[in-house]
Design a protein around this ligand. Structure first.
Ligand code: PHE
Ligand code: FE
Length: 296
């Protein structure tokens, strides 16, 4: 079996080309990984291990160690699952790629984290436009060992099922929250600002940029503000939101969002790079290198 990435197929419909998603959970075809696949993992892993001490949150680094992830070879989901199940009751399930929203939410609501089984090619070391094994496993999985973050992710899944029933605007609001926390979140660790978002943790360039560049805004976590804020999918973020702790994140997202969605429906979205008077600003970005359009 060939373990190279298989692109998500597209089908022409009256809405143009739309991706054909595979919803099925698949067994990780571990013995089919090639030597190149293991090398790509080893290189990416070693590279991030150089960069992340002092940049990633201690919760992430501790959890990664506890899971015994290493550069030697692509981890086996079964091995990780033994540790994960015993620690927070989460488990990984293998998938081919992005899932339909409701399937993704349903997995999270049941403490199952979908992990893309295939890994990028050597030509894609620095960038690829869809999640692969390195992003999902290296970036997202360790924090599922943290009890508070583990509960946050499950609550997010349940909230997603609910938002899906409310409508597209509610879903967009909720997706922004995920984007600015699970994917691109920063946290105030005792020793300073640190990364916990997996979109950052799996990227060498953004791991440095998000903390050390003066270009982006770094702004204190504010639930409704985040749920109004557009984001970037093809460049580094213009704004990062900073939590004080995972408890703060969990507590802020505990209330029923139904009245919040109704309130937000009356309000304009906020461009990705804007700073508001009400923001708690850690860094006001210089905006250097920003593209003027392209916020999602
Ligand atoms: N409390 C949210 C709701 O009622 C659910 C949620 C929890 C959403 C955590 C995101 C994160 O919809
Ligand atoms: Fe992700």
């Amino acid at each position: 079996m060939n373990a190279q990435p298989q692109r998500i197929e597209h089908q022409l419909t009256d809405k143009g080309y739309v991706p054909v998603y595979t919803t099925a959970v698949v067994e990780q075809p571990w013995s089919a990984y090639s030597a190149t696949d293991h090398q790509v993992w080893a290189q990416l892993f070693a590279r991030q291990q150089q960069i992340l001490p002092g940049r990633a949150s201690s919760a992430f680094l501790d959890a990664q160690r506890a899971m015994h992830m290493n550069a030697h070879e692509i981890p086996k989901f079964d091995d990780l699952n033994r540790t994960l199940r015993a620690t927070t009751g989460w488990e990984l399930v293998g998938v081919q790629g992005l899932l339909p929203e409701l399937d993704f939410f349903d997995h999270l609501a049941n403490r199952r984290f979908p992990v893309t089984w295939w890994i990028r090619t050597p030509e894609q070391m620095d960038y690829l436009s869809e999640p692969d094994l390195f992003h999902d496993l290296f970036g997202h999985v360790p924090l599922l060992m943290n009890p508070v973050f583990a509960d946050y992710m499950q609550a997010y899944g349940r909230g997603g099922v609910k938002a899906h029933g409310i409508g597209a605007d509610a879903l967009a609001n909720l997706t922004r929250l995920y984007w600015y926390t699970a994917e691109f979140g920063l946290i105030r660790d005792p020793d300073g600002l640190r990364i916990y978002g997996s979109g950052i943790l799996s990227s060498k360039g953004e791991s440095i940029h998000c903390l050390e560049s003066n270009a982006p805004n770094r702004i204190g976590f504010d639930l409704e503000r985040i749920m109004r804020t557009r984001y970037r999918i093809d460049t580094y973020q213009k704004t990062y939101f900073v939590i004080d702790s995972f408890e703060q994140l969990f507590d802020a997202t505990l209330p029923d969002f139904t009245p919040i969605y109704a309130r937000l429906a009356e309000q304009e979205s906020i461009p990705a790079g804007n700073v508001l008077d009400t923001d708690r600003v850690f860094n006001r970005g210089t905006g250097e290198g920003w593209l003027t359009d392209g916020d999602v």
